[in-house]
Design a protein around this ligand. Structure first.
Ligand code: NDP
Length: 446
């Protein structure tokens, strides 16, 4: 790492003890942007990097609620408003027992550059809670969401901070959160939250956008290497929102997805994942993956407690959670013939894993670029809400495809410009950083 950046990184470690995921996310960006400082000394003079690493505002709050047995439960809520140089803070809410400040800050930090990369007017933020919706009744989830929003509402707004979903926060949760915001404020402010249902201000393609966008991005990477998804064997991790729509689009693009997972294990289905069955089990019944193999019969097997990355594949689409592909996994995957990786999840590959992929010449699409279709389509939802309009599915999908192609091309061009051809990690970090840094410079020391 560049000497100046190394001392900034040491300071980040000292000022944010114990937040290992945040440290990892900062390190990855700082490792890429050294060459930019050479070309732009004004960034260092204005301490842009030190400022980017410090959130503009961090909110932590108590979320009390009662479960179905009448017992009081206490969770912790977070919203980190990281950077608003490009627009209102924008980023999802994660409900998962592993959530603490370090997770929210890593996600918020990545979001700044991802949102910059989209070219749309959105700043970076992220939030969530250590609440676990799994196994909770709809009424419990509703009471939790209402309590969470009873504090959060005073910090957000369509011109201030616009949350959306993430792990554990899907259409059901967004509905309850928006309902409580509307009730408390007495305002039908559709643009305050994205990922809404189509019945109340949601946008076509938002549900599908992260997965579809990631498949489009990988399709572009494959095209840039003179190949395509056609007939390729693909493995996907997770079976939530991002995973399901990644599978859907890859199947449309001619790939064959043979495996997907959840936190209990993975299914291997050599004939190709039956998407209708997967959606029924995961989205309607909120069930576990072993049920998929049971109902699919001889076609599929469920492998409990193991990583999906042991399944040989040509294209890998990690779509579950952070640090799920280790250096060892990556080495096995390369040995099995993996030629492309598209990160649907945020930071799913460890630094060691990324190194293995890049050294082996794998086309590696980092999450900041490859999964930016979700937030980009959220910005399109805000645009439709502001103009009280709603676009067709076809038009919205076309916009998403254009945005993903543009992000892909800019990553490649930027990597070329800095003498690192084909390095999408460097391209994404540098391009995202420059956009935010230029806006911060223009706005003065605030
Ligand atoms: P969902 O909650 O819909 O699905 C998450 C999936 O990942 C589930 O199958 C879940 O399994 C699995 N999973 C979660 N945590 C773990 C874990 N610790 N170990 C193993 N499996 C795990 O979330 P999303 O699909 O929305 O999000 C997936 C990833 O994509 C996250 O990294 C998120 O930040 C990222 N992302 C999401 C966007 C969106 O628009 N939703 C936008 C950009 C990025 P189980 O049900 O068993 O827990």
């Amino acid at each position: 790492m560049h000497e100046k950046l190394s001392s900034i990184y040491d300071n980040v470690l000292r000022r944010n003890p114990g937040e290992t995921e945040f440290h990892q996310a900062v390190r990855e960006v700082l490792e890429s942007i050294g060459p930019v400082l050479g070309k732009h000394p004004e960034y260092a003079e204005s301490k842009i990097i030190e400022r980017i690493c410090e959130p503009e505002r961090q909110i932590i709050f108590r979320v009390p609620w009662t479960d179905d047995r009448g017992e009081v439960q206490i969770n912790r809520g977070f919203r980190v408003e990281f950077n608003s140089a490009l627009g209102p803070y924008k980023g999802g809410l994660r409900f998962h027992p592993s959530v603490y400040l370090g997770i929210v800050k890593f996600l918020g930090f990545e979001q700044i550059f991802k949102n910059g990369l989209t070219g749309l007017p959105i700043g970076g933020g992220k939030g969530g809670s250590d609440f676990d919706p799994k196994g909770r009744s709809d009424r419990e989830v509703m009471r939790f969401c209402q309590s969470f929003m009873t504090e959060l509402y005073r910090h957000i707004g369509e011109y201030t901070d616009v949350p959306a979903g993430d792990i554990g926060v899907g259409g059901r949760e967004i509905g309850y959160l928006f309902g409580q915001y509307k009730r408390i404020t007495n305002r039908y402010e559709s643009g305050v939250i994205t990922g809404k249902g189509l019945a109340y201000g949601g946008a076509q393609v938002r549900t599908e956008a992260t997965g579809y966008g990631c498949a489009f991005f990988v399709d572009e990477m494959l095209k840039a290497r003179g190949t395509s998804f056609d007939g390729r064997r693909v493995a996907v991790s997770g079976s939530g929102n991002v995973a399901v729509y990644t599978i859907e689009k890859i199947e449309q693009l001619g790939g064959r997805v043979v495996a997907c997972s959840d936190s209990s294990g993975y299914v291997l289905d050599e004939k190709g994942i039956d998407l209708d069955l997967l959606k029924q089990i995961k989205q309607v019944e909120r069930g576990r993956l072993d049920v998929y193999a049971e109902r699919r019969g001889d076609n599929a097997t469920f492998v409990a407690g193991r990583s999906v990355w042991e399944v040989p594949c040509e294209v890998a689409m990690p779509s579950a959670t952070q640090n799920e592909i280790t250096g060892r996994d990556a080495a096995v995957m390369v040995g099995n013939g993996c030629i492309a990786v598209g990160e649907g999840a945020n930071m799913p590959t460890t630094p060691e894993g990324i190194k293995v992929f890049l050294e082996a010449g794998v086309a590696f699409g980092p999450g900041k670029a490859a999964n930016a279709g979700g937030v980009a389509t959220s910005a399109l939802e805000m645009q439709q809400n502001a103009s009280r309009d709603s676009w067709t599915f076809e038009f919205s999908e076309h916009r998403l495809e254009e945005i993903m192609r543009d992000i892909h091309d800019r990553c490649l061009q930027t990597a070329d410009e800095y003498g690192m051809p084909g390095d999408y990690v460097a391209g994404a970090n540098i391009d995202g950083f420059r956009r935010v840094a230029d806006a911060m410079l223009a706005l003065g020391l605030i």
